[in-house]
Design a binder for this molecule. Structure first.
Ligand SMILES: [Zn+2]
Length: 417
């Protein structure tokens, strides 16, 4: 793909576009237009998830206000209660949460939610950000439906605060929090943008990349770079069409919230799952610093094959077997071999899900090279006489998928070893 086009797409989409918002629709339409320009007719496929509109989110500690955002779809509340910063996640710690508001570091995990709900917590607060960064804005998220379901449908009001404020609060010795959350709850529409280059066989390689961003991020590295890769594959495979395999493109919405896009795509296309032979997923490439990886959730042969291919053409890459935190996992969960390509980067240089994910950390030349490799691999697979990857997910990876998708506790999976 030419550098000018890469720069243009990065620039045109550099604004927060959280799933279920008008901004997300704008980016979906933009990507659809890019497909059309390549002569591939796009579809915008909507799906609904639990959402809402926050009208008031207010958090005070001993009368002092703390900047916060409410969790959409987490209900309404007006609670005054003591709080606990839950550092450990052992059974003893969970007995401390009764009638309290619970502060959890970093990320809301389904089993933590279930455990605090079952132990009588009144609400939860998740921390975001980094104390060493200038920014101190609270993030904003949806409470995933499956997390509420994991606690037998019990809804706890939730908020996000910045870790700087959380640390101040813990240090302050404040006794009580006052949490006020008012929202209108309703299903919101999120979308996938899909397109297809038909092949000679009635089977497909599916190429995925999410296009939604988080609330504080413009979603440039994460993951307009992946969307550019999909358009790059489309550009190349359009030239050689009809390829042996059909190639489907899914620009996924809702990835940042709960991999909603890929999960819903697979649900909406469940009758076609048997004909999906491989998922090629791209999540964050092209930084100035950082190393290229291929994370395979497939039979072991795929990572070996990828290593050999890379060696053959002198492309630096680490290929390995793991479950990746991206849209490849719902595909692998359905038995479809999957690989995520990503350029990993140390936090010293680049970070994401915040306002520091911008064009400044990217190299359009590196994006171009990364896309070229991924498109070359996609072309090889689409034109294979028979796609060489078997539809087999090894037991060990299946277990990791169960843990990643929070169906099984990690301790329980480890015990079964
Ligand atoms: Zn991402």
């Amino acid at each position: 793909m030419d550098i000018k086009k890469i720069k243009r797409i990065l620039k045109d989409t550099a604004f927060p576009h959280v799933s279920g918002t008008p901004e997300e629709l704008k980016v979906a339409q933009y990507l659809a237009e890019e497909c059309r320009a390549l002569g591939v007719e796009p579809k915008i496929e909507g799906f609904q998830v639990a959402g809402g509109e926050i009208q008031l989110a207010m958090l005070t500690a001993d009368g002092k206000e703390i900047p916060c955002n409410g969790y959409m779809a987490s209900g309404n509340a007006d609670i005054t209660a003591p709080f606990i910063h839950l550092r450990e996640k052992d059974k003893a710690s969970f007995t401390q949460v009764k009638d309290k508001i619970v502060i959890l570091d970093g990320w809301l995990e389904a089993f933590d939610y279930k455990d605090i709900a079952e132990n009588g917590a009144l609400g939860f607060i998740i921390t975001n950000g980094n104390v060493n960064f200038k920014d101190s804005s609270p993030d904003k998220r949806y409470l995933a439906e499956r997390i509420v379901e994991s606690a037998d449908g019990k809804k706890l009001p939730g908020m996000q605060i910045h870790v700087k404020d959380a640390a101040k609060l813990v240090k302050s010795g404040a006794k009580e929090l006052h949490m006020v959350l008012k929202q209108k709850e309703f299903p919101v529409t999120m979308r996938n943008v899909t397109a297809e280059i038909p092949g000679k066989r009635d089977e497909w390689i599916v190429c995925t990349a999410h296009f939604d961003s988080t609330y504080l991020s413009k979603g440039t590295w994460d993951n307009m770079t992946g969307c550019i890769a999909l358009l790059g594959i489309m550009e190349e495979l359009k030239k050689t069409a009809p390829n042996n395999y059909g190639v489907r493109f899914v620009f996924c919405g809702g990835e940042e919230e709960d991999l909603y896009g890929s999960k819903n795509y697979l649900e909406m296309h469940k009758d076609e799952i048997d004909k999906m032979v491989l998922d090629i997923n791209v999540d964050m490439i092209g930084e100035t610093m950082g190393s290229f990886e291929a994370c395979c959730t497939a039979e072991e042969k795929l990572s070996h094959y990828l290593s050999y291919l890379a060696m053959e053409i002198g492309w630096g890459m680490k290929a390995y077997d793991e479950v990746y935190s991206s849209d490849s996992t719902p595909f692998a969960d359905k038995g479809i071999p999957a690989v995520t390509f990503a350029r990993m980067c140390s936090g010293q240089y680049a970070s994401f899900h915040n306002c520091y994910d911008t064009e400044a950390i990217l190299s359009p030349q590196q994006i171009q090279k990364d896309v070229e490799f991924i498109a070359w691999f996609a072309d090889r697979m689409a034109n294979a006489v028979k796609c060489p990857v078997d539809r087999k997910i090894p037991k060990k990876l299946k277990k990791k998928i169960d843990v990643y998708l929070e169906r099984v506790r990690k301790e329980d999976a480890d015990e079964d070893e």
